[in-house]
Design a protein around this ligand. Structure first.
Ligand SMILES: [Fe+2]
Length: 263
């Protein structure tokens, strides 16, 4: 074979390598379960930690119906959420889906309550853009269920990430009731919705994307950088997944200077 650019080597390898069963299931059906990667004590810690954020603007707003029940970016503050984002088994799969790196797109914890309709009750995609279906996901959602519940918690629409992307009626509804500690990993283009519950239950969402998609929050303001660095727990690993290295240089000087310094 002729000399090829190094970037093409990983592309070539990706298509030809043997993939895990979970990978193949996500490609085919749009979703798969990561079985109990955390135990009940870990779930309890994740649930308890959120109480510290309750009512703290902008991480949790109880007074506004639009935002009620959502906890933003708990990984900034809590070791538990950092550990969850960095769990080895999850990283193994993320590296399989994104061999040329990925970044954290969003971290939210949602609390479903009997008195409240969560915005996630509507059918939706986690990346609501047109023309983004791809043979391999460009964004993965990882939903970790933190409480057991007696009824279905979420519906997904099989195949809506690819063959039924533009033809929603063709996708079959699958109702799921995951156990506490289970994680649902799915192509963010898969249509889904959560169901109203008659008791308060929580689940955590991490989205990880190919860096061709802009994250919901960049975490790049001096203020937030300071906050993140106040907690040293797995600090370097967290900076790595936030994806600062994918920030776009502001001009050609900024682009070129680090490269020249490396010479
Ligand atoms: Fe969602």
């Amino acid at each position: 074979m002729k000399d090829i650019h190094p970037g093409l080597t990983s592309t070539n390898k990706f298509e030809n390598q043997e993939h895990t069963e979970l990978f193949n299931q996500v490609i085919e059906k749009g979703y798969a379960f990561l079985e109990t990667i955390i135990d009940s004590d870990f779930c309890k810690q994740l649930v308890d930690d959120l109480e510290i954020l309750r009512g703290k603007f902008p991480y949790n707003i109880e007074k506004n119906n639009l935002f009620k029940g959502v906890f933003r970016s708990p990984f900034i503050f809590f070791n538990s959420y950092r550990d969850l984002a960095l769990i080895e088994e999850l990283k193994k799969y993320l590296n399989e889906f994104f061999p040329n790196n990925y970044q954290l797109h969003l971290n939210r914890c949602v609390e479903s309550r009997p008195s409240q309709n969560a915005s996630t009750n509507e059918l939706h995609r986690d990346i609501p853009y047109l023309h983004t279906p791809s043979k391999y996901p460009i964004s993965l959602s990882v939903l970790t269920f933190l409480d057991d519940y007696s009824d279905r918690q979420i519906s997904i629409y099989e195949g809506s990430h690819n063959q039924y992307f533009y033809n929603l009626e063709g996708a079959k509804e699958i109702k799921l009731n995951p156990k506490a500690g289970q994680s649902l990993i799915f192509d963010s283009n898969l249509i889904h919705n959560t169901h109203p519950t008659n008791k308060a239950i929580k689940y955590n969402l991490f989205m990880f994307t190919s860096p061709i998609i802009k994250p919901i929050v960049e975490y790049s303001s001096p203020n937030i950088f300071l906050k993140i660095s106040e907690n040293k727990h797995r600090y370097d690993e967290i900076l790595e997944i936030i994806g600062y290295r994918f920030a776009v240089p502001k001009d050609d000087f900024e682009y070129l200077n680090p490269k020249l310094n490396d010479l």
